[in-house]
Design a protein around this ligand. Structure first.
Ligand code: 6PG
Length: 474
């Protein structure tokens, strides 16, 4: 047997790493895994029985078992560990070898690593992988960015393990540098906002309409058979069906404090840096943070007791409106994420193909949804479309759901139910579709107190006024 026989080596044999390796092995690629943890190696050998996959406990044996040029994928926690692993393997590698970081690394770290490893004649590329444990095993959506020649080399493996939609793999070369990790970060920002939207819908159904878990489960399942179909809605319906042996619902016992690993926060931070508004994603990040202030919330709730939050309305009519409002908000969330991608593409020279990104998000990833088909088609029709809401077909949907989105927002706000994703979507839509905004007043205020100057419509130049003169002369 050739000692250098494995086409790809995985470092980090947690569930994601193992599942990806098993997926590759199932597609006929001989692959190797390395982890310091003996228990993980044991699991790989059990799960990979009769498959072309082998685990190694020694790094040099692992490296020497790989075909040349070597392809090494890292699935280790983002941050310092990635650098530590790179430092450990790099002396054992040869010029032309390829390292793929499949974790959720911050794209600025990926930029640094690309540059650092280029000097060692190694190809480094960041590849966002979405789909969780199941996706890794059965077909994820992948977002590789970096050296295109290196990608072409590993492309057959990557495409074969990807989720497929209409026979096409949910992976495409994203662009240069850290664009793969950037796009994955925005994917996660959208993920946060969609999750928040669903959580708010739960609150409206529970508090406003007094639906029990069973009714919520039935509604989410029904929605999932419609234009609202999405992976997140599907798993949410399943969560509402999950009962403990004593008949109680596990969901009802889970603490209402949401955690996060940071990708949503990064999306918000970068969007602010790029001066590109994504308010619904921002709200989703803020709400996860706010949820953690449980004791403060309890204290405030005792002071600001709410009147009856139940709606006095025709339930069926309201549920129809809620469906419209959900669709409207969901579209605005995707629109914000896509807008951020187009701004980053211009500012970082990523040359992103937004249609192709929507295409590979149609399957395998966490934000997959029937609506991705509409996004794909919008950019297919017009590759230089500057905003999703400008697409004719999307605008038809928005116009037909807009009134209900407003009604739902008003009703919930009047009843004291917090729905920041729903309301921010309406506000975002209203602002982004306003030919005139009151921002002229902000310019005047800035100039008044700080001589920051302003520009005039219809007249070139920068102007300043001593504003309080007008008041003093009265
Ligand atoms: C995916 C997910 C995944 C992410 C988690 C956790 O696309 O498969 O986005 O990459 O790590 O879902 O994110 P938070 O812990 O920040 O919620």
């Amino acid at each position: 047997m050739d000692s250098k026989m494995y086409k790809l080596g995985m470092i980090g044999l947690g569930t994601m790493g193992r599942n990806l390796l098993l997926n590759m092995a199932d597609h006929g690629f001989p692959v190797a895994g390395y982890d310091k943890d003996a228990a993980k190696l044991e699991m790989l050998s059990k799960e990979g029985l009769n498959k072309p996959v082998k685990g190694f406990a020694l790094l040099d044996e692992f490296i020497n078992s790989l075909t040349l040029p070597r392809v090494i994928m890292l699935l280790v926690p983002a941050g310092k560990i990635v650098d530590a692993v790179i430092d450990e393997v790099q002396p054992l590698l040869s010029a032309g070898d390829i390292i793929i970081d499949g974790g959720n690394s911050h794209f600025t770290d990926t930029n640094e690593r690309v540059k650092r490893l280029e000097q060692k004649e190694l190809h480094f590329f960041g590849m966002g992988i979405s789909g969780g444990e199941e996706g890794a095993r059965l077909g994820p959506s992948m977002m590789p960015g970096g050296d295109i020649k290196a990608y072409s080399y590993v492309r057959p493996i990557i495409e074969s393990i990807a989720a497929k939609v209409n026979g096409e793999p949910c992976v495409t070369y994203i662009g240069p540098g850290a664009s793969g990790h950037f796009v994955k970060m925005v994917h996660n920002g959208i993920e946060y906002a969609l999750m928040q939207l669903i959580a708010e819908t739960f609150e409206v159904l529970k508090t406003g309409l007094q639906f029990d878990n069973k009714k919520i489960q039935q509604l989410f399942s029904a929605w999932n058979e419609s234009r609202l179909q999405s992976y997140l809605l599907e798993i949410t319906a399943n969560i509402f069906a999950y009962q403990n042996p004593d008949g109680s619902y596990l969901l009802d016992q889970i603490k209402d404090e949401a955690k996060a690993k940071g990708t949503g926060k990064w999306t918000t931070q970068i969007a602010t840096d790029l001066e590109l508004p994504i308010p619904t994603i921002d709200q989703a990040v803020a709400m996860r943070d706010l949820s953690k202030y449980k004791s403060l919330r309890v204290e405030a709730a005792a002071i600001y007791t709410k009147e009856d939050t139940t709606f006095e309305i025709n339930t069926n009519d309201f549920v129809k409106k809620l469906e419209d409002a959900y669709y409207f908000s969901m579209i605005n969330i995707y629109a914000q994420g896509m807008h951020l991608l187009s701004k980053a593409s211009a500012d970082y020279n990523y040359s992103l193909r937004l249609g192709e990104i929507a295409k590979i998000w149609r399957g395998g990833c966490i934000i997959r949804a029937a609506f991705l088909e509409n996004i794909y088609s919008a950019w297919k029709k017009n590759p230089s479309l500057s905003h999703l809401l400008l697409d004719e077909d999307v605008s038809t949907i928005i116009k037909s759901t807009e009134v209900a989105a407003r009604e739902v927002a008003v009703k919930c706000m009047a009843a004291g139910i917090a729905i920041p994703a729903y309301t921010s979507a309406v506000n975002y839509f209203d602002a982004i579709s306003s030919a005139a905004l009151p921002s002229n007043l902000i310019q005047a205020q800035r100039d008044y107190f700080g001589a920051h100057t302003y520009e005039l419509t219809g007249k070139e130049g920068i102007f300043h006024t001593t504003w309080n003169k007008a008041v003093e002369s009265k």
